[in-house]
Write a protein that binds this ligand. Structure first.
Ligand SMILES: [Zn+2]
Ligand SMILES: [Zn+2]
Length: 495
């Protein structure tokens, strides 16, 4: 009797599971996009090879910030071929562009990045093998970023055409995300003024919508000018710019103890002299500060500035400051985030074939992670609570857009889950079809969300009302570099 009872419990349990499964499936069917949205899905699916080739082309160029001439050109050419009109070289950035299709309101923007990282050149193999000596590589997957956003923009344009819907789609070609804060100048110069909302995504190790603001950030070059002299013969005639820079870096290290622990300070030395027997007359270091909020960030920068003045006095050198880039923390729009989540769940995770799976397993061994971490590729993370208070993480220049226009973003699996960020492992993975599959999913989510908003003025209004309600009433956007021009040469010589 006892055993029979248990068996019947099992039967009920299994029955319940089956019923829940059927309900979930039915629910998923309910959110299935309409026949009209098959225009965007079919376009993207039918062009897998086109976008696989385009992402690999840009992966191969691997151009660093503000020098992405060929990458930007490849995206512009493709958009032009599909009937987009293009404004080039906006906001003083030669590789920036706006590609536009359609007319009237609403205007929906999609951001597209394409810059690589210095020194990360790597082949598409699951072990360290430099492709070109000391050259850049796509360690953040921006080769996929730009292509998915471009594909989504074109898919939406096909839908606008087919349905005769009024509205405008814009792809914002956004250079120099990695340290150059390219988007912030495009915002400052008013190119987002007439946009109703913006969609953003990023290559990732999980399929998830962003819910945390990350950190506000600035990057500043502190440069010291001294006097050269024979380091042994007449050192008293020299004033070492390197001494000044080292003292400045020491001051920054000393600051750490006396600022809140949620802040982050880091730096590199770009120039510190050429030969030890010459007193260096020029030294340059690039200093970052990151903070959960822009107010605290500005206080740290003031401290940096006063330290530079003090160091110059102490070493009888001259200090110079040059703004390289800076951006706010992300102000996420919940209405857009929920719409992205709905479409991300519809599109689902990434399915690897046997070859891709073997590549992922080999890299996973290098990373030293359990095999179970690879399951992240196939699943979509549930939507978390949208946070206004940062709990750390990285920074993005999309944040400056998000304080001016309702904006939200997401990630799809384009790398091996567990790969370190900005690594050769990422460069290797995003240059393969693992990267392309993630970009195809991202393009679908962007396109489906774009047409949701284009088809529903009510939904656009909801996003905008939330933006007005949640943004502090006294907020006034100020670019963190003031009226500084984009630092076009910040990666000069590193391509
Ligand atoms: Zn990135
Ligand atoms: Zn990055």
């Amino acid at each position: 009797m006892q055993i029979i009872m248990k068996k019947s419990y099992i039967v009920i349990f299994i029955f319940t599971l089956v019923a829940i499964g059927a309900y979930a499936q039915k629910k998923a069917k309910n959110i299935k996009p309409t026949a009209k949205s098959s225009v965007v899905l079919n376009y993207i699916d039918n062009n897998f090879e086109t976008y696989n080739n385009l992402q690999k082309e840009i992966w191969d160029y691997s151009e660093v910030g503000f020098q992405e001439t060929k990458s930007s050109q490849a995206l512009k050419n493709h958009l032009r071929q599909h009937g987009f009109s293009i404004k080039e070289g906006i906001a003083g950035e030669p590789t920036a562009f706006i590609a536009e299709y359609g007319s009237g309101k609403p205007v929906i923007g999609i951001v597209a990045e394409f810059d690589a990282l210095p020194g990360l050149s790597q082949d598409t193999v699951p072990y360290r093998k430099e492709r070109y000596e000391n050259k850049p590589g796509h360690g953040c997957g921006h080769n996929l970023f730009g292509v998915a956003s471009t594909a989504a923009g074109i898919a939406i344009s096909k839908w606008l055409q087919e349905t005769g819907t009024q509205g405008t789609i814009r792809v914002y070609g956004s250079p120099a995300e990695e340290g150059g804060s390219g988007k912030t100048y495009i915002v400052r110069d008013g190119f987002y003024k007439d946009v109703d909302l913006v969609l953003d995504w990023h290559p990732a190790g999980e399929n998830a919508v962003n819910t945390t603001p990350g950190l506000a950030k600035v990057g500043i070059d502190y440069i010291f000018h001294g006097k050269s002299a024979h380091a042994a013969g007449q050192p008293w005639n020299g004033r070492s710019a390197l001494d000044a820079l080292l003292l400045f870096a020491h001051a920054v290290d000393m600051m750490r103890e006396h600022i809140k622990p949620h802040n982050r300070l880091h730096y590199v030395i770009h120039n510190g002299g050429e030969a030890p027997n010459v007193v260096p007359d020029y030294a340059r270091g690039e200093f970052y500060a990151r903070s959960p909020n822009t107010k605290e960030l500005k206080e740290i920068v003031e401290w940096y500035d006063s330290a530079a003045v003090g160091v110059a006095k102490a070493t009888q050198t001259v200090a110079e400051k040059r703004f390289v880039g800076g951006q706010y923390e992300y102000f996420i729009n919940g209405t857009i985030a929920r719409q992205l989540q709905k479409n991300l769940e519809y599109v689902g995770g990434v399915k690897w074939n046997a070859h891709e799976r073997a590549f992922a397993e080999a890299l996973n061994k290098v990373n030293g992670n359990p095999d179970s971490i690879l399951n992240k590729a196939g699943i979509v993370k549930p939507l978390g609570e949208i946070k206004r208070q940062s709990d750390g993480g990285g920074s993005t220049d999309v944040a400056d857009i998000s304080w001016n226009v309702p904006t939200a973003g997401f990630g799809t699996v384009t790398t091996v889950p567990g790969n370190p960020g900005h690594s050769w492992q990422n460069v290797a993975t995003v240059g393969t079809t693992i990267g392309t599959k993630g970009l195809i999913n991202a393009a679908k989510v962007l396109a489906l969300t774009g047409i949701d908003f284009l088809a529903s003025p009510k939904l656009v209004k909801e996003a905008q009302d939330e933006f007005q309600r949640e943004r502090p009433a006294d907020f006034k956007y100020e670019h963190l570099g003031g009226d500084a021009a984009p630092a076009l040469d910040y990666r000069k010589g590193l391509n």
